[in-house]
Design a protein around this ligand. Structure first.
Ligand code: HSE
Length: 430
């Protein structure tokens, strides 16, 4: 029987899920893997206010140094999230020769390169399966299951909270705030849910996936990031009527000299498999060479989903040890690639205006688009009301972001346009 001493830092939603998981599967781990996991110390700055029962001989502490200074602890599980003091905890644990398991996407996205180098130098493992897609084995799929393949592009639904909100707004007609409140109650959202709805959580995950697929650490400031707070029921209904679905996608594409990395609400055909990924599910759609297309999907947020990813890291680490260290291999196949600025990227657009219902209005708007080289593929005005503004929806041909931005600024200044135009990028997935 191999005994593994663990120190767990952070007893929130995911931390308590990990403790329950370890407890419930104790016999299973012994019988199946010949492993005994001993939770030696549990650390949380609020530990004495938490309901902790049935932990036997586990030490309880508020001080993370009690975990890091304990020579008997071989594996530190960091589940406090955020940059600080998580960065200090993970750095110190590695410097002290301990393996680290973390679900902290913000930390890996910002400091992954340095931490992987440190882990490699220390001959330690730094495992982070739960950082993207919670328990869905996206990291292991790319680093192990697809080892040997290279990638041209991928599209990911990588924030469960946003996918849940968009699904509830579409299927149950819930308001944005009610859907967000439900996501928080169910433990899907971050402790600061702004990171979910403003797209930053997806950007953190996209940075990690870009590293794993393209071998390139993309700076967060180079990832164009837009959240879902401006998406309305009107847009969702128009999308449905056009056989389209609105998804918050993380998109990365690799060219000869450049890569694109962006997060934004995206209109995709309802016939594409990603359009049917609903609720809390996450999915990643990858074009792998030579394999072909791969779609991996499952519950991407929530207590036991995230705990499952942490436990899989723990079982792998304990059964395989530090010999297989694919994740800390910092070989970069594409160090020369430059990240394209959003202004240069071309997509088709859905645009919606609230405009007065008078003859000549559409030609004014179309004229501005035309002068910016933007072709219109379709126009839809369902309501008619000569006394108030009505929604007008246009689908455009391919144009650069820059041209669209300039055109919308001009359109917004027209007296016939009564509110800020909404623009949603469209993506034709292969
Ligand atoms: N808040 C995250 C989400 C949790 O909603 O996807 C999983 O990383």
């Amino acid at each position: 029987m191999t005994k593994v001493n663990i120190g767990l830092i952070g007893y929130g939603t995911v931390g308590s899920g990990v403790v329950q998981f370890l407890h419930k599967r104790e016999k299973y781990f012994r019988d199946k893997f010949n492993l005994e996991f001993v939770l030696r110390t549990l650390c949380d700055w609020n530990i004495h206010k938490k309901d902790i029962r049935g932990l036997g001989n586990t030490n309880l502490t508020k001080r993370f140094m009690d975990v890091l200074d304990d020579k008997n602890i071989e594996v530190v599980i960091e589940l406090i999230g955020g940059m600080h003091p998580a960065e200090e905890i993970v750095t110190t644990a590695l410097k002290k020769g301990k393996h680290v398991i973390t679900a902290n996407k913000e930390l890996i996205a910002n400091e992954g390169k340095r931490l992987f180098q440190l882990a490699k130098a220390q001959n330690c493992q730094l495992c982070f399966e739960s950082s993207v897609g919670a328990g869905i084995p996206i990291i292991k799929m790319i680093t192990e299951g697809l080892a040997g393949n290279t990638y041209g592009e991928f599209y990911g639904i990588i924030n469960g909270t946003c996918n849940f909100i968009l699904t509830e707004m579409t299927k149950n007609h819930l308001s944005f705030s009610k859907a967000l409140q439900l996501a928080q109650e169910k433990g899907f959202a971050e402790s600061n849910p702004t990171l979910d709805i403003n797209g930053m959580d997806s950007a953190h995950k996209l940075a990690i996936l870009a590293y794993l697929t393209f071998g390139k650490f993309v700076k967060l400031s180079d990832i164009y990031t837009e959240g879902i707070t401006h998406i309305s029921h009107d847009d969702i209904e128009y999308a449905e009527s056009l056989n389209l679905a609105i998804k918050l996608l993380g998109i990365a594409k690799r060219g000869e000299e450049t890569i694109e990395a962006r997060v934004h609400p995206t209109l995709i055909s309802k016939d594409h498999p990603l359009a049917s990924i609903s609720g809390i599910y996450n999915a990643i759609y990858l074009h792998a060479k030579p394999l072909g297309d791969v779609l991996l999907s499952g519950e991407g947020a929530g207590q036991m989903a995230a705990a499952s990813g942490v436990i899989s890291d723990l079982v792998n680490l304990a059964s395989r040890g530090k010999d297989s260290n694919l994740l800390c291999n910092l070989y970069s196949e594409a160090p020369h690639l430059k990240v394209r600025k959003i202004d240069q990227i071309k997509t088709k657009f859905y645009i919606r205006f609230m405009a007065v219902d008078k003859p000549g209005v559409l030609s004014k708007i179309a004229g501005i688009l035309g002068r910016h080289g933007i072709g219109i593929n379709s126009v839809n005005q369902r309501a008619h009301n000569p006394t108030s503004a009505v929604p007008v929806v246009m689908l455009t041909n391919y144009t650069t972001e820059k041209m669209m931005r300039l055109a919308l600024q001009k359109i917004q200044k027209l007296s016939i346009v009564k509110s800020k135009p909404v623009a949603i990028r469209m993506e034709k997935l292969w």
